[in-house]
Write a protein that binds this ligand. Structure first.
Ligand SMILES: [Zn+2]
Length: 413
């Protein structure tokens, strides 16, 4: 029987392939690409892997035309592009090898971790996910029952097997062949048709899978188990990285460490202790600040209380005020709110300011809509106070003029 396998299924290391355009038609494209005018191209053979078995699709080119999406449709690989290609034309398929090799490393690492978790720790894999920076395997064990000591043992075992350099082989069973008994069905997509591929890690694992894999465990370089977290009900998600991602991740960590060393003016060994110290001292400063602001507010209120003649409108602005300040001030002066309208503003940040109005209910009711409109803010009146968060205090003067209108202010006794 003639093999119906495509080149990516036969040789996952092939980066360039000469092929021929079988069909090319205008298409709306798959669901997630709707809206763009696309061409659906099928080829005699391809090295571009359509997503499947948990592995994302490949990126690549047909001559100089970028393939925006590649997927399996009724057993045929459809390549979506923004430009057409003539039927019968010879095309050179170029694979984005860096992306593909990364996927091969993560996918083969998943097979290896899954096999060890099952054989050595009796934890079955129920699904897995290959992400852009890390991947996870969903283990069929309740998170509360998961023993973290497995992580170290699992990682050690995986890296030991990588060092031993077991071969990874693909065996293909054509339609009609007797299917292998020992192969598990995990990883085989529901819509699968045609030949069945079995991936064997020599002496470790045999598993049905449509994905692309490294041909020797040495090509995984290294596996790093990151952490476990609670998954769906009764499941635990185990996060990992493999291959180049290990050194990329280490570079990012070192970069952050370097930044922290420069900020904290000390080496990595001291980071945790220094940050802990910093957090404690910030909390202490916040406490001091809060009590100082309350004191400032009391003094501000005292200035008002000492006025022999109380004005109908009293304004106050602190460009660096806080909630502690306005709340304390408002409590201190609320007994005067029937005869005086207090207009208090403060800005916490460059892009956010606050307004508070204290006074008779009628004033708050009639003045607040206009204040919100003039300041472009959001707020409400409650318990004798109107409070609003606004974008800018640029119109503060205009608002003051508006408040000075006799009708809004308390009538003299
Ligand atoms: Zn697989």
């Amino acid at each position: 029987m003639v093999s119906t396998l495509l080149e990516y299924q036969k040789n996952s290391y092939r980066k360039i392939l000469l092929s021929e355009v079988v069909s090319c038609e205008k298409s709306l494209g798959p669901e997630n690409l709707k809206g763009s005018e696309l061409y659906r191209i099928t080829l005699k053979d391809t090295i571009l892997f359509p997503e499947g078995g948990g592995q994302p699709e490949d990126h690549g080119f047909l001559d100089d035309i970028s393939v925006v999406h590649v997927r399996r449709e009724n057993g045929i690989v459809a390549h979506y592009t923004l430009s057409p290609l003539a039927v019968g034309k010879e095309v050179t398929i170029k694979l984005d090898w860096e992306r593909r090799f990364d996927h091969m490393q993560q996918h083969s690492a998943q097979h290896l971790i899954t096999a060890i978790a099952e054989q050595d720790f009796n934890m079955a894999t129920t699904s897995w996910w290959l992400g852009e920076t890390y991947s996870f395997i969903e283990l069929d064990i309740d998170f509360n029952r998961f023993d973290e000591k497995f992580l170290k043992l699992l990682e050690e075992r995986a890296n030991e097997l990588i060092l031993q350099g077991a071969k990874v082989e693909v065996t293909v069973y054509e339609e009609g062949d007797e299917k292998p008994e020992e192969a598990r069905t995990r990883g085989l997509p529901d819509n699968h048709s045609g030949p069945i591929r079995v991936i064997t890690i020599d002496g470790v694992d045999t598993n049905m899978c449509c994905g692309t894999h490294v041909n020797n465990l040495l090509h995984l370089q290294m596996i790093k188990i990151l952490e476990v977290e609670k998954g769906k009900k009764g499941k635990t998600n185990l996060y990992f990285i493999a291959g180049r991602r290990v050194s990329q991740s280490l570079s990012r960590c070192l970069g952050r460490e370097k930044q922290l060393s420069s900020l904290l003016k000390n080496g990595p060994e001291e980071h945790v202790m220094l940050v802990d110290k910093l957090i404690k001292s910030t909390k202490q400063s916040e406490k001091v600040c809060s009590s100082l602001w309350k004191e400032v507010a009391k003094n501000e209120a005292k200035l008002f209380k000492e006025l022999p003649l109380k004005p109908k409108l009293y304004e106050l602005h602190r460009k660096d005020g806080t909630t502690d300040f306005v709340n304390t001030f408002s409590n201190e002066v609320k007994e005067f709110a029937e005869g005086t309208v207090f207009f208090i503003t403060y800005a916490e940040t460059q892009s956010e300011a606050h307004v508070m109005l204290i006074g008779p209910e009628e004033t708050l009711k009639s003045a607040s809509p206009m204040i919100l409109k003039m300041f472009d803010g959001k707020g409400a009146a409650r318990g004798g106070r109107f409070q609003a968060k606004v974008r800018s205090l640029a119109k503060r003067k205009e608002v003051l003029e508006f408040l000075k209108k006799e009708s809004l202010l308390p009538t003299s006794e």
